[in-house]
Design a protein around this ligand. Structure first.
Ligand SMILES: C[S@@+](CC[C@H](N)C(=O)[O-])C[C@H]1O[C@@H](n2cnc3c(N)ncnc32)[C@H](O)[C@@H]1O
Length: 270
């Protein structure tokens, strides 16, 4: 980590240039995901073959492998897959590098279930991607999707800052990079593609969707995320980004902090 400049938010020292690798960041974030609460709700039964699409470091791949016949984690990021193989390899799991926008089904078995967490927002035009994924599922297969809606909906925040954040959402969606509101769209897309929704829930999350003041580790994780989003930083004049960061991180620490971000968990069947 480089620590060129810092400022205080409450009692926490925030580095303007605190750079974590994506790997480090994802490892940290995993601590705040209550995967057990999700996995007890998926229809996975022993003997099933599961695909984990956008598996990242493979934490969920490994957890599902405890129950499944086999789990295949698919991701495009070489570094994350190498780390997944080190950290989260089970005897009945494997990791495959592929682009989820155009999966090559060769070498992949037909699956009983698809798990995909915090990944579908990377596909603002999700319908054609989903259609390819559904072709990997058996006729009565299931899909479980976790996705966020309105990542930056933390308050108190000035209305001008909120407007700027909304502009950023629009710009990213239009550029086909990321849909910050995908979580709220998933259910309708699945229904439109003819699937039956079997479970729908808004999940609480210690980092992404919580009320009341955040603890220090959460604030630092948010700081690392804000430092990673270079396209986001470019929305600002060079000198105003530190001010935005201070305002946003202070809102997380505020005694009156509230968050309207939703972490949507939807399960559906073909
Ligand atoms: C936010 S991470 C989520 C990781 C993991 N599923 C979790 O819930 O912790 C999103 C993952 O999607 C992967 N991803 C994004 N776009 C992709 C693409 N076009 N093809 C394959 N993987 C992609 C990233 O490499 C990253 O590992």
């Amino acid at each position: 980590m480089s620590k060129e400049h810092s400022f205080l938010v409450g009692s926490i020292s925030i580095q303007l240039n605190c750079i974590m690798t994506l790997k480090e960041e994802y490892k940290n974030q995993n601590m705040w995901r209550n995967w057990a609460a999700y996995l007890q709700k998926i229809p996975l039964v022993s003997g099933e073959t599961i695909l984990d699409l956008g598996c990242g470091l493979g934490y969920v791949t490994k957890l599902m492998a405890d129950k499944a016949l086999q789990v295949i984690g698919i991701d495009s990021n070489t570094e994350l897959l190498a780390e997944a193989t080190k950290l989260n390899k089970a005897s009945n799991s494997r990791y495959v590098q592929q682009d989820l926008r155009r999966i090559n089904p060769q070498d992949l078995p037909l699956a009983d279930g698809i798990w995909t967490s915090f990944t579908v927002a990377y596909f603002p035009d999700f319908v054609p991607v989903l259609q390819q994924w559904l072709a990997l599922l058996k006729p009565t297969g299931w899909i479980a999707i976790v996705e966020i809606s309105d990542l930056f909906a933390h308050y108190p925040i000035r209305s001008t800052t909120r407007d700027m954040l909304r502009n950023y959402y629009d710009q990213q969606r239009r550029a086909g990079i990321y849909d910050f509101e995908m979580g709220s769209k998933v259910k309708d897309i699945l229904v439109h593609e003819g699937l039956s929704i079997t479970h729908e829930e808004n999940m609480s999350d210690k980092e992404l969707s919580f009320n009341g003041p955040a603890d220090e580790q959460i604030v630092l994780a948010w700081e690392a995320r804000l430092n990673r989003l270079v396209g986001f930083q470019n929305q600002f004049d060079k000198d105003t980004y530190p001010g935005f960061k201070r305002e946003f991180l202070a809102s997380l620490l505020d005694a009156e902090h509230v968050c309207t971000t939703e972490v949507k968990f939807i399960i559906a069947r073909k």
